[in-house]
Design a protein. Structure first.
Length: 255
């Protein structure tokens, strides 16, 4: 029987992935909010999730690259950022950092990290640097996991993974009542799953952050997307199992 690996959805695009003994965190936001966004009441308390080996950042938007959250992480983990962001990160006091562009490969403690294309803006608003927006394909032991970051659907998803894909962490919404360009909604996220064909799909980027004022309200529009996504995947007749996980929920998957 294959060994089990784990993931814990911590809200928005923050996931703690535990594969083959390596702890990887995606786009850490570990505070009550980021920029003008505030954490919704049901979101988990994230202060305990500060011991990681590796951090992967998909792009420079404040709800994905939160500098104070990165400073909360202990033991100086390696931080991987998109191409064009390394120099800026070093200017902010982070020195254990490296950058990747689509097609680049990094080996770390038995984990292979491959940068992938993402269709999304990479500018740090309002006057920050411009870097790429990317996703990550991570392989360790028998597990292969895809973290899409923020992206629109693109045809290359069909050939993104040479072999079998165990888990796809797919964004299905955002932080507002409407979506801007470069995002997936529940239906287009299901279409992306049809191209990727993972064994498991974990909806992310929903129900966690909202603009000030809205974060205190119960917003059905913010909580429905993962369930709409699961319904859309089922309607396509895919074999993929959708794991709707709430912030702080740790789930096991078997490669």
């Amino acid at each position: 029987m294959a060994s089990q690996d784990y993931l814990t959805y911590l809200g928005h695009a923050t996931v703690l992935l535990e594969v083959d003994g390596v702890r990887v965190m995606t786009d850490p936001v570990l505070r009550p909010g980021a920029a003008m966004l505030h954490r919704m009441p049901k979101a988990a308390d994230l202060q305990e999730y500060t011991e990681v080996d590796l951090v992967v950042i998909s792009h420079l938007h404040h709800d994905h690259l939160d500098l104070p959250s990165l400073r909360l992480l202990r033991d100086d983990p390696l931080i991987v950022v998109p191409y064009g962001a390394e120099r800026w990160m070093r200017s902010k006091g982070f020195h254990n950092v490296t950058e990747m562009a689509p097609g680049d490969v990094l080996s770390f403690n038995g984990l292979t990290v491959r940068a992938t294309i993402a269709i999304h803006s990479g500018k740090r608003e309002p006057r920050g640097p411009v870097a790429l927006a990317i996703g990550y394909l991570m392989e360790a032991g028998e597990a292969t996991v895809y973290f899409a970051g923020d992206t629109d659907i693109f045809p290359g998803m069909a050939g993104l993974v040479p072999g079998e894909l165990d888990v796809a962490m797919i964004p299905v919404w955002g932080w507002g009542l409407v979506l801007g360009d470069g995002h997936l909604n529940p239906k287009t996220a299901a279409d992306a799953v049809a191209l990727l064909r993972p064994r498991y799909a974990v909806p992310i980027h929903w129900g966690t952050l909202a603009v000030a004022g809205l974060h205190r309200l119960k917003l059905t529009r913010m909580e429905n997307p993962p369930h709409e996504f699961a319904d859309a995947v089922a309607a396509l007749g895919l074999d993929t199992e959708v794991l709707v996980t709430h912030p702080g929920e740790r789930v096991a998957f078997e490669p």
